[in-house]
Design a protein around this ligand. Structure first.
Ligand SMILES: NC(=O)c1ccc[n+]([C@@H]2O[C@H](COP(=O)([O-])OP(=O)(O)OC[C@H]3O[C@@H](n4cnc5c(N)ncnc54)[C@H](OP(=O)(O)O)[C@@H]3O)[C@@H](O)[C@H]2O)c1
Length: 317
């Protein structure tokens, strides 16, 4: 009798937690994607809320480039960090022509690991940074098993996807804390939702970013720092060059400009978001399935991408 009662109580508690979790997902979806449209955007501009300068890593292409342009549109001066000087100069000049903001460029190849940060620290030391966007990230060239991933690529994934977000945050945060304000946006990926076979290391690095971000927020929110976990699903950028279908884009796979416009609208307003309302709906629906099922579906999807990549390679030869 006692054991039946204990089991019933346990079942009821599990059900309540499950329902709270599902309700939270739906509330997060609604708040992250609708709230920004209802809150007046100009009440407190980003520059006033966080500070006059933003730094964006990986800002010469894709999401980072468009995110930087969107910040400039909102009046933020920009430090652009990326690996290619010519591309940096071109992006900086494009942004300065279109918006009345200042830019500074810093060349850094994050795949080189520890050695790049002293130079970045020196370049940033006199800049009153208010926003750090940890965007830089790389993926495999195409879906493959762990043993197929070249060792150098595995290190690049660790240094770029894990190293940069960690060390850039450590580098920029103390001065934000001293001022009692600042924002850190960590670009993760929908692939942090579950293990992702054939992109195993990539997805694992993004699970790291999620964990880092959520714990960082607990540590630094009381010190006035806003920390956002930004987890896009597919966006049409060259990181997905293995699939023409992804490069072509559609409603589910927006171009980087569309994505960045939505993502920046959520900055300072929502803690955890995919950054784009269609992705928000996808994310919420995907989360309903158990992790083992999501892992199998992810594996299946990546097998299809691999087939597409192999077929296109054969055609090209
Ligand atoms: N696109 C998606 O579907 C998607 C989905 C989920 C999450 N994300 C995440 O979004 C972020 C941006 O991805 P994206 O799609 O915009 O990729 P992308 O188009 O390939 O752009 C990546 C940017 O990072 C720079 N970069 C790459 N390696 C670097 C290095 N070693 N050192 C310095 N800079 C480097 C690139 O420089 P170059 O211009 O020289 O190439 C480029 O500016 C990543 O963190 C990615 O994981 C993307």
């Amino acid at each position: 009798m006692l054991s039946v009662l204990a089991l019933s109580v346990l079942g009821a508690i599990t059900l309540v937690f499950g329902l709270i979790d599902s309700l939270k997902s739906v509330l997060e979806l609604v708040s992250s994607h609708l709230m920004p449209y209802f809150l007046p955007s100009e009440v407190e501009p980003l520059t006033k809320k966080f500070g006059p300068w933003a730094v964006v890593t990986g800002s010469t292409d894709g999401i980072g480039k468009q995110y930087a342009a969107e910040l400039a549109r909102r009046g933020c001066n920009l430090v652009l960090i990326s690996r290619n000087l010519d591309k940096l100069r071109a992006v900086a000049s494009e942004i300065e022509k279109q918006h009345s903001v200042k830019t500074k460029i810093v060349v850094a190849d994050f795949s080189k690991g520890a050695e790049v940060y002293a130079h970045i620290e020196e370049e940033l030391k006199d800049i009153p940074l208010g926003i750090l966007v940890n965007n830089v990230g790389i993926n495999y060239d195409y879906p493959m098993t762990v043993c197929e991933v070249p060792t150098s690529k595995a290190w690049d994934l660790i240094n770029v996807n894990i190293g940069a977000v960690t060390l850039m945050t450590k580098l920029v945060l103390p001065r934000m804390v001293a001022k009692g304000r600042g924002a850190v946006v960590n670009v993760s990926s929908g692939s942090e939702l579950q293990p992702l076979p054939l992109m195993t290391i990539y997805a694992a690095t993004k699970a790291y970013v999620r964990s880092l971000t959520l714990a960082l927020r607990e540590e630094y929110a009381p010190k006035g720092i806003y920390v956002q976990h930004l987890a896009p699903l597919f966006v049409s950028t060259k990181i997905n060059a293995f699939s023409q279908r992804l490069l072509d884009g559609n409603l589910l796979v927006p171009d980087a400009g569309t994505y960045a416009r939505h993502a920046v609208a959520s900055l300072g307003r929502v803690n955890n978001t995919t950054g784009y309302w269609v992705h928000g709906i996808q994310y919420t629906l995907v989360k309903i399935a158990p992790e083992w099922l999501r892992t199998k579906v992810g594996h299946h999807l990546n097998r299809q991408f691999r087939e597409e990549y192999d077929q296109n390679k054969v055609k090209a030869e």
